[in-house]
Design a protein around this ligand. Structure first.
Ligand SMILES: [Cu+2]
Length: 271
């Protein structure tokens, strides 16, 4: 029993110690890497979970109590009572109050996520059957991001989550993400940042995140979009400001959307 307990504890601890991707036997959320995810985790751990546990224990207690107290052998003449106004008012009012208690902080978090601060980097993600296309509209960068096959995986790259061209963003900067789709509904989701938005053809949704830790973060398409829905993962690499600048210079050559002459570019920029 002791051994089981420690293994169990080990699993929980390890899922908390390692970040950015799902783990075997993981319980709970991935470790938060942004303030909005931290708020979501707190909301779940400190409010929802206690309420869920309290209700479950209370209902279990009531069931056991009713089974014992009103068992047939102890009650040869069963009660004929069908109504109790006080109890009925209570079991309507108390759940209403519980819902209000949950709704207030929940809406607070939702509205905070909905207000996008001034963006440092803008990224456009387009869902395709079955891969993601990315664009940095301000940087003249466009590329496609496909899942790596098993044989292409390098060391430490997780199966079904790693991609060939990763999204690169700077740490501690507000990244605004414009999300759309080209064919069917998809959804751009990154658990560690607390981000999940539908990608709808003909419409642009937006969301944002501010990654607080350097690292590689994995997400998946979260809207059933066809036969290869499970094979269009999302990889975001959070790097330092300098590394981001370096990547930008490289990417502007490698993934240039339009060939822009240097002086033409300057002319456009000065307009
Ligand atoms: Cu999809």
């Amino acid at each position: 029993m002791k051994r089981f307990y420690f293994t169990f504890l080990g699993i929980i601890m390890s899922s908390q110690a390692l970040a950015s991707q799902p783990k075997d036997w993981q319980l709970g959320f991935q470790e938060a890497a942004s303030s909005s995810m931290r708020e979501i985790v707190n909301f779940h751990d400190k409010l929802l979970l206690p309420i869920i546990i309290a209700i479950s224990v209370f209902v279990l207690f009531l069931m056991i109590y009713a089974c014992v107290r009103f068992r047939a052998s102890a009650n040869p003449n069963p009660s004929k009572r069908t109504h109790n106004v006080a109890v009925e008012v209570l079991w309507t009012l108390i759940p209403c109050l519980i819902l209000i208690v949950m709704a207030v902080p929940s809406f607070k978090i939702l509205y905070k996520q909905d207000t996008i601060p001034k963006a440092d980097v803008t990224l456009k993600a387009t869902g395709y059957q079955w891969y993601w296309g990315y664009e940095y509209p301000d940087e003249n960068i466009i590329f496609e991001s496909y899942m790596l096959e098993d044989k292409e995986l390098k060391e430490n790259q997780p199966r079904l989550l790693a991609v060939d061209n990763e999204v690169v963003v700077p740490v501690n900067k507000v990244v605004k993400v414009l999300i759309t789709a080209n064919d069917v509904l998809h959804a751009w989701a990154l658990p560690a940042f607390g981000v999940k938005r539908d990608a709808v053809p003909g419409r642009i949704n937006e969301t944002w995140f501010k990654a607080e830790k350097i690292g590689t973060y994995y997400g998946q398409c979260s809207e059933l979009c066809g036969i290869k829905h499970a094979f269009m993962p999302i990889t975001v690499k959070v790097v330092s400001e300098e590394d981001y600048k370096e990547w930008l210079t490289e990417a502007k050559n490698k993934f240039a959307k339009e060939i822009v002459e240097e002086d033409q570019f300057k002319k456009l920029a000065s307009k």
